[in-house]
Structures are given as structure tokens and as C-alpha cells.
Design a protein around this ligand. Sequence first.
Ligand SMILES: Nc1ncnc2c1ncn2[C@@H]1O[C@H](COP(=O)(O)OP(=O)(O)OP(=O)(O)O)[C@@H](O)[C@H]1O
Ligand SMILES: [Mg+2]
Length: 326
Amino acid sequence: MAWQIQCTASPPLLPSFPPFTLKSTSSISLPLPLPLPLTRSSRFRSTHAPSPRPIAASFSAVESTTSTDGLGNSKTPLLEVKGLTAVIAETKQEILKGVDLVVHHGEIHAIMGKNGSGKSTFSKVLVGHPDYEVTGGDVVFKGENLLDMEPEERSLAGLFMSFQSPVEIPGVNNIDFLHMAYNARRKKLGEPELGPLEFYAYIYPKLDLVNMKTDFLNRNVNEGFSGGERKRNEILQLAVLGADLAILDEIDSGLDVDALRDVAKAVNGLLTPTNSVLMITHYRRLLEVIKPTFIHIMENGRIIKTGDSSLAKVLEEKGYTAISAA
Ligand SMILES: Nc1ncnc2c1ncn2[C@@H]1O[C@H](COP(=O)(O)OP(=O)(O)OP(=O)(O)O)[C@@H](O)[C@H]1O
Ligand SMILES: [Mg+2]
């Protein structure tokens, strides 16, 4: 099967995305292992000199970083964020003002908070979005200093992000894009790359998971997709690529009730005892299907409260004022 795409124009949010040709027999040299709207530039690097010391202190969001289960086995966190501060790169306006968060393997964390409280900024800073500069704090992912990694390295290390507003990538069709991203990950893991037919066989059953028609594979990434279709496509990407930590920013926004159920079911179907989800949402209805281990409330660039799922009920009934004041 001749399978070739030509990308002659850089997509809007991928200024460093090079013109490329993908043939079924060629090796893939696309620098992005994941569909992240990021560029490779020095701005990815934290302006904050990474601390060589391991994080050992306890955080406010969760009491202890390395805890033990009932059997006395130690639980090493998947993600540890301590005192993370970040500014908008252009204006130096501080948005994150000391975020503390610990995510262990197998946990589902939800972040809620008023519009503009910094939730999306936090998730974008975690994946290394170039719009932001880290000015302080530490982030350790799987024992490595995340802030020291390029965005591509972060995704290859097992971090996935579904953006609040997924970007279009004109001229690049969905299946080719996913194929490249998937093979980049396999290469990193030292596994042989899949050819087009093998990859098709791999992806085909995953379409059912998100209730997507095969036509979507041959359309350009997110081009002309409805809001709900984009969200389904994000979960398809997650299903294909897998992740140790999936950050889902308002995966429920713009979804009708059936689509919400499909997407939430798909996310639940991808959960294993070792991978984790960090989801941002405004609505309890999502949390009723993907049940969180912890809910965090973000306010003015910080996590100001952490609780169990009952926090969402309080929020729905009494609003954020009750939580801020509590
Ligand atoms: N690149 C940017 N340029 C200018 N302002 C920004 C940028 N990124 C974030 N901000 C500002 O930072 C604040 C936090 O934005 P953020 O998108 O993180 O909020 P949010 O909690 O995700 O809100 P929402 O619930 O509405 O999605 C907002 O006031 C926003 O306007
Ligand atoms: Mg947001």
C-alpha cells in the first residue's frame, strides 16, 4: 500500500514543525512523539535552575510523598509537584503561585476551580508549553526532574495531555499522525516500529472504544471536527499512545450526554492499577463516571483545598465561596 503524506505548510501552533514526507517504508523523523502544539525552543527550558536534591518534604495537597500501603510497601509517587511557580513568557505575569500536588500510581485526581484560576496553565506547564516559564519549584515525574526535559521527552516518558482546545493540524491526516507518534514511542522503548497495515490493525479496535467512524482516520487532525469529535479524537490518541499520566483538560466540555458517556467510559477502560489521570473539570457529572481519588480546588494559581469526591457536591450546592472560606 502506498501510504505517503506531504506536509508543506507548518500548522499554526507548530512553528518548528518541519516539512516532511512519510512513506510506509521510510523511517520517521518527526520530532514530536505526541500531538502537542509545542515548539522546540530554549523557552521550553525552565528559567529556574533545577534543584539536584530529591524531593522529600511533604506537600500540602497530600500529606506525604512516599507513603506506605496497608501492607507496609512504600508507594513512590508518579508525579510530585512542589512549590511550582510560573509566569507567562511574554509578559512575565505570574500565574502559578506555588502549586503543590502528589499523584501516586493508579490514582485519579480532579482539579476544579473558577475560570482563570490557573488550571490549564498548570497542565500546560507540566507538558512544557512554550507560552510559560517556570520560575520556581520542583516537578519530579517517575523519579526524573520533569522541568529539565524537552516537551517531546516528557511525552516519551509517559506524560499525555489532552488540551482544553485541541489544535488543528492542516495537511496531516489523523492516522499518519498517530502512526508517527506511536512509532516514536515504540522506538524509545526499543520496540520495532509498526508498518501501516500492522498499525491499522492496532488502531482499528480502538475506534470502537471512542465510538468513532473510520472516516476520521483519514481526515486531517481535528480539521473541521466538531467540539465533541475533537474530544473523542483526543481520547483516541490516548488509547493509541498510552500514558503513565494522562492530563485531561475539560475533556467533558462541549460533549452531549452520549458523547460524555462514551468518552468517560473510554477513559475508564484505559485505566490500569499503575497509570493515573489528572483531569480538569467544572462539572460533577464527569466525576460521577470517572471517579476521582482526590479533588483539588485551585484558586489564584495554588491548590487551596484537597478532599474526596464529596468536595464536588459541596461545590455544586454552595459554590466556590464556601470552599475558599472554609
Ligand atoms: N498565554 C497567556 N497569555 C495571556 N494570559 C494568559 C495566558 N495563559 C494564561 N493566561 C491568563 O492566566 C489566567 C489563568 O488562565 P488558565 O487558562 O490557566 O485558567 P483556567 O483555570 O484554566 O480557566 P478556565 O476554567 O476558564 O479554563 C487567566 O487570567 C488567563 O487569561
Ligand atoms: Mg482552562
